[in-house]
Design a protein around this ligand. Structure first.
Ligand code: HEC
Ligand code: HEC
Length: 217
């Protein structure tokens, strides 16, 4: 119980754009044994679930390999924005099994298996990520959603240019948490883009994880 108390702080931060979306805390069973077992043990259990329930499709040659080529590669899941450390409800990997969309063969996870994945993400997915580079996805998100205004050709709206690493870093504080950067704040609040179509949850996760892993060039 002491542990779960300490974890409460984890729920601050990254939220869905609509404020009425479920928060991580409202979905977590605080009596769960998985909050208290050693993290390494929980990690082994999570690997077992992914291996037995997902890897047949999400590995080389599997029907889901185009979407996720190797579901056992946690760093890759982070880079793709499918897992957001501490935030199960922002993690597509969890949401898709919670919704029952995955596994797509109709063999839904048991409540216990679901809880293992959820609390593994909630407790932080402590694998040290490979550097997540700007080119690992963030740049693509900016190209599609921001550069029409925030580029030389787009007129550098508001004096903001998002074409180079150095310019982007003017809106990032490398030592602060992702939520505290102007860059992430501008998109998670929906302030940016100024156009009606806002970033999707997945794009937010890609930017968040890049910042979380140290905002590497
Ligand atoms: C029977 C095969 C199969 C199994 C088993 C399966 N998946 Fe999938 N999965 C797919 C296919 C095919 C796609 C791509 C089409 C789609 O998104 O529906 C996919 C897509 C996904 C996506 C979306 C990826 C993206 O980039 O948007 C996630 C997340 C996912 N699967 C998670 C899981 C998890 C977690 C499990 C195990 C609990 C699992 N899948 C088990 C076939 C499978
Ligand atoms: C249709 C034009 C347009 C698009 C597209 C757009 N912006 Fe902006 N942005 C502006 C304008 C105009 C300003 C300056 C005025 C303001 O702050 O509202 C600005 C300001 C900013 C600022 C600095 C001020 C603040 O709000 O924090 C940041 C950071 C920013 N934009 C990021 C982004 C990102 C990231 C994207 C893409 C996800 C994006 N913008 C897409 C027009 C745009």
């Amino acid at each position: 119980m002491v542990l779960s108390f300490a974890l409460l702080g984890c729920d601050e931060g990254f939220k869905a754009k609509g404020s009425d979306e479920a928060s991580d805390l409202s979905t977590i069973d605080f009596n769960s044994e998985y909050l208290d077992i050693p993290f390494a043990e929980l990690e082994t259990k999570a690997s077992e679930v992914l291996q037995t329930r997902c890897a047949s499709c999400h590995s080389a040659g599997g029907t889901g390999a185009a979407a996720i080529p190797d579901i056992m590669d946690t760093n890759d899941l982070l880079r793709r924005g499918l897992i957001v450390p501490n935030h199960p409800v922002n993690s597509k990997l969890f949401v898709d099994v919670w919704d029952g969309r995955m596994p797509s063969n109709g063999e839904s996870l048991t409540k216990d298996e679901l809880e293992i994945i959820q609390i593994w993400i909630y407790r932080g997915v402590q694998e040290v990520p490979d550097p997540i580079l700007l080119s690992d996805g963030v740049q693509t998100v900016f190209e599609a959603n921001c550069l029409s205004c925030h580029s030389l050709i787009g007129g550098n709206a508001g004096g903001v240019n998002l074409e180079s690493y150095d310019e982007i870093m003017k809106y990032v504080s490398p030592t602060a948490s992702p939520d505290e950067s102007v860059l992430f704040d501008s998109v998670v609040t929906g302030r940016m883009p100024t156009t009606p179509t806002k970033l999707q949850q997945r794009d937010l996760a890609i930017i968040y994880n890049w910042l979380w892993a140290g905002a590497n060039e």
